[in-house]
Write a protein that binds this ligand. Structure first.
Ligand code: MV4
Length: 594
């Protein structure tokens, strides 16, 4: 077995891997950026090594710094988690070249699957079809037109080296083909450094269903079951579940067998996920993710296996130790991704900051995989996933109700979270009946009433202006019945954290000026302000142009996500104060409208 594993990652997945290593008696090595010096994964590991740097590129993506940490620690294996180096064949080769075990697939399999055209070919060789389309790079818009005229519109143009949904263009008619092709190629070059694109028929209401596979080095490959990840927005998953609702057993088996064939076709070893689109009873190969996925716990809950343990055993050369027929799936599991994001009005604005209070839900069938605890800071430089809340229930409805109970029990203060969006999703009749698709959150779910309660406790009264006041929650009895009462009281000095057992003495941080979630220039103002720090990637209007209320003025990238910055008033653009590439801070004015 492996002796010492270095986890080349951070946050909840680093914590997840450390836990299993500890159970198996494997020593753990954490690595950390300057911002993560006191992060949870560092606190939990046996040893930790500094990588230096703040951004991911300076730290968790710094190959040399990680190779140095491996050498200094004497680790005999590296677990890459997800993201960062997890699907990087060059990194896997670099470490295996030093005699270190990479806990993941062979680099050749990563390469075949990293390119969506070659992965489509691999699936075809295995007899598994993708969405009807063309498995070679597009040269000319006339090919798009020819395909659309023959198979019908719309047609999807996709980046060959893409992934995660960026760079897909939907073409509704022949006239739109040249512009769509050009913009798809330009985006593919900008996002992925390669301009190649290909085409497929566009499915209008598909579900995203993916199949977990595992292969050992002895040639045994099994499928463990599917996950439905259709509840997502902007290609960021929000809720995942297993089994997929309204998904017949014979299709599950066919999809499982197809996934195993795809894995075998590329010489796959270790944990992998084969993604499919599912519509009208048919499934189509989409891509294969050659890593452990964020949502792997829903599979763990249903099959009763620790997938990280399986990964480590396979990496050490052990056989799987069970056959396809030995795998039993019981009950239903759901995962909600708790992100530091404000879902208000469906905008899901990144909300980095310090978590002033973090209370995990508990009870039968509830699991919280968190990367943060009280007092930890979610940095704008990394992924904003705070925790994954996972529940198991005897059936889907049981799991759904348990998740709603757990979400209500969870308390996160100091940063806005996606919890209110999860509550809206899980309570919606379309989700209850399993009729949601990949477009449902963005097109059907009404999040206009959703409020995030980052700043203070829910329903807190506004503090009087001009005075320093802090929120206190006190217990009161009226006629012998207990009530919680919220009061804004004068701030009598530094806020002291309530000692354990001192009762619920909620303290609210002082209101930030124009911080994330602030109101900027105020509703209806002619000033267009950004709600958070980030980089302007695009300016969408010109001076002198007239804009409507809600029209996007520019695109701000923050925490790896693009956000439209919209006009709060209609009028004429008098002044634009930014250009692409500019860094802006929370509350900065980017444009003036008259
Ligand atoms: C599609 C599609 C419809 N038709 N392909 C987006 C991510 C990328 N990996 C594949 N994606 C899609 N491909 C055809 N031919 C719809 C999507 C899609 C999607 C897929 C999975 C999960 C979420 C999605 C959200 C929007 C669109």
């Amino acid at each position: 077995m492996l002796q010492k594993v270095l986890i080349a990652n951070r946050g909840e997945i680093a914590v997840r891997v450390i836990r299993t290593c500890r159970e198996l008696g494997i020593a753990t090595v954490a690595v950390y950026s300057e911002l993560d010096r006191e992060a949870l994964h560092v606190r939990l590991a046996d040893e930790a090594f500094a990588l230096g740097g703040q951004t991911a590129a300076e730290s968790y993506l710094n190959t040399q710094a990680i190779l140095d940490a491996i050498a200094k620690s004497g680790a005999d294996a590296v677990h890459p988690g997800y993201g960062f180096f997890s699907e990087n064949a060059d990194f896997a080769r670099a470490i295996t070249g030093e005699g270190i075990t990479f806990v993941g697939p062979p680099p050749e399999a990563m390469e075949v699957m990293g390119d969506k055209i070659s992965s489509r070919h691999a699936a075809e060789r295995a007899g598994v079809s993708g969405v009807p389309g063309r498995s070679d790079p597009l040269q000319d818009a006339s090919e798009v037109v020819a395909f659309g005229e023959e198979h019908g519109w719309p047609v999807a143009i996709k980046a060959a080296f893409g992934g995660g949904g960026r760079g897909m263009k939907v073409v509704n008619a022949a006239a739109d083909a040249p512009a769509a092709l050009e913009s798809a190629q330009r985006e593919a070059q900008a996002y992925f450094g390669r301009p190649e694109v290909y085409l497929e028929r566009y499915l209008s209401w598909p579900r995203h269903i993916e199949m977990q596979v595992f292969a050992d080095t002895q040639g045994n490959t099994v499928w463990l079951g599917e996950r439905d990840c259709s509840a997502q927005r902007r290609h960021q998953k929000l809720v995942e579940e297993s089994p997929a609702p309204n998904f017949p057993d014979d299709i599950r088996r066919a999809m499982g067998e197809a996934a195993v064939k795809v894995a075998k076709a590329c010489g796959y070893v270790n944990a992998g996920t084969v993604e499919f689109l599912y519509q009208d009873g048919d499934f189509y190969f989409l891509e294969m993710n050659t890593r452990l996925q964020v949502e792997h716990p829903v599979t763990e809950m249903v099959v009763g296996m620790d997938l990280v343990e399986l990964q480590l055993r396979i990496a050490a050369g052990e056989p799987l130790g069970f056959n396809q027929e030995d795998i039993e799936r019981r009950g239903h599991a759901i995962e909600c991704r708790i992100n530091a994001e404000n879902p208000a009005k469906g905008r899901f604005l990144p909300a980095p900051g310090t978590i002033t209070r973090f209370r995990r839900p508990d009870g039968f069938g509830v699991r919280t995989d968190a990367g943060y605890d009280d007092g930890d800071t979610v940095s704008q430089y990394y992924d904003n996933l705070i925790a994954k809340l996972v529940v198991w229930g005897s059936d889907r409805e049981h799991a759904r109700r348990r998740m709603l109970r757990a979400l209500a029990e969870m308390e996160v203060e100091g940063v806005a979270t996606t919890i209110p969006a999860h509550q809206a999703i899980l309570s919606h009749p379309d989700f209850v009946s399993g009729e949601h698709s990949t477009r449902w959150v963005e097109e059907r779910l009404d999040l206009s009433q959703v409020e995030s309660k980052a700043k203070a406790t829910e329903g807190a009264p506004e503090p009087p202006e001009g005075e320093n006041r802090v929120l206190r929650e006190v217990d009161a009895e009226v006629d012998g019945r207990r009530y919680k009462v919220k009061l804004w009281v004068p701030d009598l000095g530094p806020v002291v954290a309530a000692a354990p057992g001192a009762g619920r003495q909620a303290t609210a941080p002082r209101r930030p000026r124009g911080g994330a979630g602030g109101h900027g220039g105020g509703a209806g103002s002619g000033q267009v302000t950004v709600p958070m720090q980030g980089t302007i990637v695009k300016v969408l209007v010109a001076e002198g142009e007239s804009v409507e209320i809600g029209q996007a003025v520019c695109v701000l990238e923050a925490m790896k996500m693009e956000n439209n910055i919209n006009a709060e008033a209609a009028g004429t653009v008098k002044e634009i104060r930014v250009k692409p590439g500019d860094t802006v801070g929370a509350g900065d004015v980017v444009a003036m409208i008259e």
